[in-house]
Each structure stands twice: as C-alpha cells, then as structure tokens.
Ligand binder design. Sequence first.
Ligand code: GCU
Length: 534
Amino acid sequence: MVAEVNRFSEAKQAYHPGGSHVRFLLNPSLVFLCLACAAGVPAAIAQSAALPPPVTLTADQDHQNMMDQLGIQALRPGPSGDENAPNHANYNESSANPFPNLPDPLTLNDGRKVTTPGMWWNTRRPELIEMFSKYVYGRVPKNVPTVTWTVTAVDHEMIGFTPVIAKDLIGQVDNASYPAISVRIHMTLVTPARAKGPVPVLMMFGRAGFPNPNEPSGDELEKINAAWKALLVQKDPSLQDVFAQHPAWQPVKATPFQFPQLNADGGLPNTWQLVADGWGFVLFDPASVQADNGAGVTRGIIGLVNKGQPRKPEDWGALRAWAWGAGRGLDYLQTDPAVDAKHVGIEGVSRYGKAALVTMAFDPRFAMVLVGSSGKGGATLLRRNFGEAVESLTGGEYYWMAGNFMKYGASKATFGSMTPGDIPVDSNELIALCAPRLTFISYGIPEKGDAKWLDHEGSFMATVDASRVFALLGAKGLDVDGDYRTAKMPPVNQGLLDGQLAWRQHDGGHTDAPNMKYFIQWADKFIGHGPPQQ
Ligand code: GCU
C-alpha cells in the first residue's frame, strides 16, 4: 500500500513541479486517491484521476505552441497551389534547384565515404535514421505502450471472382498509463480462401472494414423479412392490411449485382487484382492511430504517450505515428498463418504515400512498398523549389512532421532563420533507407489531376540518386544514364521496372491504381510468386 501511495505522489508531482507539499496534501484528488487506494481501486484507474484531462488546442494554437517552444517568431508562408494566385508556387524548372547539392547517402557524417555494405548497415543507415527522426519525422517514444490484437469478426466474401476470408481486427493500445485516451487500431485482413499456403500481403492505408460483406441467403432473408413484418405489425396493426395487399413485397431485399467501380484506367479495382493474383491485402485505417489534423496531436497515439500534453520538438508527427501503427499491424500479420509475413508490403497515395515510404524506410520487416503520388515529405526532394514547399509542411501540414522540422521554414527566430538547404537529410536518403528491399515510386500526370504541385521531377531525381545505395547492397536501382542532375525522366507509361528500385509514371490522375498491375508483376518476379494455377 505504501508503495502505491508513492507511485501516486510521483504522478502528481510530475504535473505540479512547483507545488508545495502542503498544497499537495490538500489537493482533493489526492484525498480521493488515498481513499480509492484504501478501497482497493486498481492503480491505473486511481492514477488516471490524478492526471489532467487531455489539453484541447486548435491546430493554430498547437502550431503556435510549437513555434514558441522552438523560439520561432515568424515562418515564411507556404505558396499557393493556384497558379493564378500572386503567391503561387514555383513551376519554373530553371529556378527549381536553389540548393543543387544533395546530401550524400554514401558519405558518413564524419566525411568518410561508405564503400561497403557493412559501413551502410552499421554506420550510415543508423546515422540517417537518427537524423530523419530528430529533424524531420520525429521519434517513436521509447515507452510507447503495447498493442493487443483481437479478431472481432470473420466473413467469407467474394472479391471479384475470388472467394476470400476477411478478418476485421482491432488493436487495443494499452492505456493504463493514461486511461483518458483510448486508441483502437482498426484494420481488415483479406486473404484468398483457396490459397495453398501463406500469401504475400499488401497493406494499404485507407478505410478499413469488410470490403464486400457476405449477405444472408434467400432462406435466411425470408426469415428476416417474416420477423420484420411481425415487428412492424406489432408497432402498427394497420400494416397487416398493407402487407396483405402487397404479399410479394419484402422490406429487406438482396443487394442487386453491382458492377465494380473500375480503376481510372478501366482496370479492375486494386483489391480484385491482388486477390486474383493470389495476394492478400490489409485495409489499414491511419485515422484510428492518429487523427489527420493538428488539433488531434494531444489525442491518438501521440497524445496517449504524452498523457494528453502537446508535443515536444523531437516527438513524432502523424506520418511517423501512422507508420508505427502499420508496424503494429505487421506484428499481428506475423502471427497469422494465412500470411507470408516475409512478403508484406505497404501502400498509400498522397499523404499516405508519404506514410508508406516512411513506414518502409523505418521498419525493415516490410518487404516492399508502392509509394503513390507522395510529393514533399515523401519521395520528392525537400530542397527543390517546385510546387509544394517545405513551407507548406511547416505551415498547415506541420503535424505530419516533427516539431523540429518547423525550423526550416523559420524566417525569424532565436536561432536566426533557416531554409530547406539546412535540412541535414533529403528524400534521396529516405528512399535509400528502403534498400535493398522492393521500392516502387509511382506517379500520374498533371493533365489528369496528379498536380504539378507534387514535383514529379524532384521525385525522379531522388530515386535516381538512391539507386547508388541499392547497387552498393547488391540490388539494382533505376537503369538510367547519368546522375540525379542529368538523368532524364522516362516517358509517361514507360516504367523502369528492372530493379528492386522502380519508377513508373502512369497516364492517370492522383492515384496509383493504374500502376497496380505493374507493381504486382514486378513484385511477383522478385519474390518468386505468381497467380494461382486454376
Ligand atoms: C495536399 C498536400 C500534400 C498531400 C495532399 C494529399 O496537396 O499539400 O502534401 O499529399 O494534400 O494528401 O491529398
């Protein structure tokens, strides 16, 4: 009992560092705690009463809070995406490279060249992981709580012409340290029902849930309808006559066959393509890990670990939190016999394209990635000035990143000012962190809506440069002439798919769907997999 009381005291003191002992003793919640403790109330519940509720800030207030912590008085405003606005983003290639020299993935921080795989694995990769954590995406806290997965329901469905088993899963994060915030990670695992063994799986950031719920059969529907009608008559006896006049009418009908929503290129939906080829997929809901807004950073997994308080400058942003969540999803997949856990990939588009790349870069257990239209903070170079800017990521999108990242958008601060040229790392190195695993960088075209804002050229440059790290590790990067400054982007629809690092710009919009079939074939080739024999 004494030990319990001491634990409460520590918790209390942590939140009232200036509080005197006397005030402490008179604090009514402590009185409650002592009573609760004496009454045998579990420690976690009692302790939570001692912790303040989560801080509620608007995104603007949270942004300002981080500026204050960093000593930033002013940030350069981000450009407008509207080409007709006076402050529109730069779309002039001749002024797109104000910092033309990229940080070199193959030079150690002490200036030595990385010449062997050993130097990469033992020294350079850890250096890059540290710098990306500290300055760009933030750190995953050491004390992040454990996740317990539960299969909440199993459904036998059809995806296209393939029978599948769909499992809906909740990953409950242990919140004993701060019960005011509950985090329940939601994902759905779908695997082909007739698979002969474990299957490769592509985890996709987006909405989770049963993709094609199996409906009651005709007989079952009849029972449901009889019950419905009886209930309705109970509620309103005059309905007896109505039903008698329309004996064939049924309140619940089987859903008529619906043709699937085709991909923009007229192809079958990604999920159909995957299961037809013998893959499984996971629908992984990032919002169940961390909200996609600045007001949410005192909630979700970030808020839970911080006990509802605002972030510190090196704390993780939403991209790293989503990536962490995907990793916990992979923990589950490693325990599911339907899954070939050595061949699990991660996929996302746009902000989730960034998240997919971050996931792959930090968690070496992921075997492959399809990075869709990821732009700044993803595959494109932070140093480039074309379309979306670092100043966009330090403005409205700041919560995706570590607080520290804001420094690179500062025009007036206690440390002076900084620019994108001061960022110690760049996206060529983020892509390099995926080496030698299968990494597919995908884009569409501006004419169809994959905006120039995304900076396709800057992503290509980064991919070209990352190729050197793939080569050092015995894999193959992009097969192009020249280096990142001189290599020419291949024409649209002409993929560079020979190596473990691949590039393809399709002729569709802001989606990776038209590249899915190329991704599947390319990945199959490297992992020695193919469509099931019928
Ligand atoms: C904005 C944002 C991008 C992001 C995109 C999206 O355009 O600037 O960084 O990728 O939204 O996720 O839809």
